[in-house]
Structure formats: C-alpha cells, structure tokens
Design a protein. Structure first.
Length: 141
C-alpha cells in the first residue's frame, strides 16, 4: 500500500523543526561521549583557538576568523542550536565566565598587530645521560 496521503498533502518535503532544547536533550545524558558531544566540544575549541591564533593576524582571512569567533562568543542568541549560549549549556559551563576570560584577550588595535612578534618555541637540550647514541657511534659498535 502506498502512502499517497504523505505526498499529496506536502508533508514529505517539509523541514523537521526542532528547538535547541530538544536537540541538546540528546546530549545531556549521563555518559556524554557520543559524537554529538564531541562535535560541541570541537566547536568551542575551534572558537577559542581562532581567538588565540588570529588575534594579531594582519591578513584579511585571519582577521575575519578572529572577528567571527569573537562575535559568536559575544552573541547571547539561544535560537540557533549551535549558539555559544547553547554550547555552554550542554557542556555545563557558565557563558558569562567564559566570556570574561576570553574578553581578557580583547580586540587588538592596528598598532598592536604591527608590533606583535611571534616567539619561536625552542626544545630544551637533552642532557648527556638522556641523549641517544649518534649514528656514527652505533656503526662503530
């Protein structure tokens, strides 16, 4: 038997409307290790990394990524399922507390952007005890 009544009334192609509370109720389980939970964590992590990496960016793409992340964090919108407020709700974090911490980095002026320097990371030297034998001494043995 065909279900023509679904197609005839136009219900087949109607979007599924879901409230953020309905979507995130799936994530509020006792063992939040599912893929949805990991996606929420990845979104917050990406925003924080964009705020850190591109704070002093001089190119247009980096500045756009920084501004986009800053606007997302500053938004108090709860209508969108992946808004900052809803993400913090799922992770049981205080959005105001996170905003204060992220705002400490604050927006950057053009002067700060021009004078910012990248400091290279240097690996600590190994001591003689921890050093691995060189190739020359290994061949000699």
């Amino acid at each position: 038997m065909r279900d023509d009544h679904l197609v005839g009334e136009g219900r087949l192609f109607q979007p599924d409307v879901m409230l953020p509370a309905q979507y995130f109720s799936v994530l509020r389980k006792r063992a939040p290790q599912g893929p949805e939970y990991m996606l929420v964590i990845a979104m917050l992590q990406d925003a924080v990394e964009c705020l850190q990496k591109y704070r002093f960016s001089t190119d247009e793409v980096g500045q756009e990524l920084y501004e986009s992340a800053r606007e997302w964090v500053a938004s108090e919108d709860r209508k969108w399922p992946f808004s900052f407020e809803n993400i913090c709700g799922v992770l049981n974090l205080s959005p105001e507390y996170l905003r204060r911490g992220l705002a400490a980095w604050g927006p950057v002026t053009d002067d700060q952007r021009r004078t910012a320097k990248v400091v290279p990371f240097k690996m600590p030297r190994q001591t003689a005890d921890a050093a691995e034998p060189s190739v020359a001494t290994a061949k000699a043995s």
